[in-house]
Design a protein around this ligand. Structure first.
Ligand code: ASP
Length: 325
């Protein structure tokens, strides 16, 4: 009887002591951060910059894994089905919202198949053409595109990519239809632009600033409403006549639905720490990326934001008639 009571007490004590231990044990091995586009491109650069700092905070390597295809939807479907054990996370941009209007069937529901961790940085886009493209400024570009739409192709990273969203809004603003050339990320799209195989690309500053500064591309303006610090002399498309043209690339970090809340909270804290890391701050600023305010860093904040982005882009995309089955 005495022995039994001692066993019972030990068992209860064990219950209380193992719960926090299991929690503290995470992460017991490397954590994967899935990126939905090609290595070396804008989303990948943001992911790797954050991953290096998150690794320091967690004391475990954060491995970036590029899962390519279908404008980011292959990666999103993969993460939605991954084990919710705290070892798979996902970073994606506006495509998490726009894909719901672009695809009639998605293998996942962005609002119900994920846990929400945090937002991270906002990145402007830039409108570029190959170096020997005939238009030397935005007015020439607009005139040339309107008179020669059949001659021009537009590179993007597939339906669901922000390059596709930006290109589609550009076409809509000029009332033209160009030939889309999809890649599995804008790293290969940029290579094609530099090689002269494609004509126009709209892409994030995280990849384009070095090419603009080196004079390797024609550059027509930024996609934000106001000029940006990283390219202070560059005019916006809005101020050059594309009234209200605006694409800002936001980033969300997600985990498969069911990932334990204590793990989500620790990852959230690690993302917040990364965004305060001076190395991250410098690198992001050089690349034109802006760290979002604290008010956007909660899991609930990301969930609400994603809903609002789905509501914002859905009608705009459906009005263009662009979709994939
Ligand atoms: N910039 C790409 C996009 O258009 C994605 C990437 O390669 O990072 O969505």
């Amino acid at each position: 009887m005495k022995l039994n009571r001692r066993l019972l007490v030990a068992a209860i004590a064990g219950l209380f002591s193992t719960a926090p231990q299991a929690q503290q044990a995470w992460p017991a091995k490397s954590v994967t951060l899935v990126v939905p586009f090609a290595a070396g491109g804008p989303t990948d650069v943001v992911a790797r910059t954050l991953a290096a700092s998150i690794s320091k905070t967690l004391g475990q390597t954060v491995v970036v894994e590029n899962k390519l295809g279908a404008g980011g939807t292959v990666a999103a479907g993969y993460v939605a089905r991954a084990a919710p054990d705290g070892y798979t996370f996902f970073i994606h941009h506006n495509g998490m919202a726009t894909s719901t209007a672009l695809y009639r069937k998605l293998a996942y529901n962005p609002l119900t198949d994920f846990e929400f961790v945090s937002q991270a940085v906002d990145v402007p886009m830039t409108l570029l053409a190959r170096k020997d493209f005939p238009a030397n400024n935005f007015q020439e570009l607009a005139a040339y595109v309107k008179t020669n739409p059949q001659k021009i192709n537009l590179a993007n990273a597939g339906l669901g990519a922000v390059s596709q969203l930006c290109g589609m809004l550009f076409e809509r603003a000029l009332d033209v239809k160009l030939t889309a050339v999809p890649f599995q990320g804008t790293a290969p799209a940029m290579n094609a632009l530099l090689g002269g195989q494609v004509d126009i690309l709209c892409d994030q500053t995280t990849q384009t600033i070095p090419q603009i500064k080196a004079g390797n591309v024609k550059f027509y303006g930024v996609t934000t409403k106001s000029r940006i610090k990283a390219l202070p002399d560059a005019p916006t498309l809005h101020e050059q006549g594309l009234k209200d043209f605006e694409v800002v690339v936001w980033h969300g970090i997600y985990a498969p639905k069911g990932t334990p809340k204590p793990i989500i909270d620790r990852m959230n804290a690690a993302v917040r720490a990364a965004l305060k890391d001076p190395d991250v701050g410098r690198r992001m600023a050089d690349l034109g990326a802006e760290i979002v305010p604290d008010s956007k860093l909660s899991p609930e904040g990301l969930q609400t934001w994603l809903k609002s982005e789905i509501d914002k882009w859905g009608p705009i995309i459906r009005a263009t008639g662009t979709f994939a089955d």
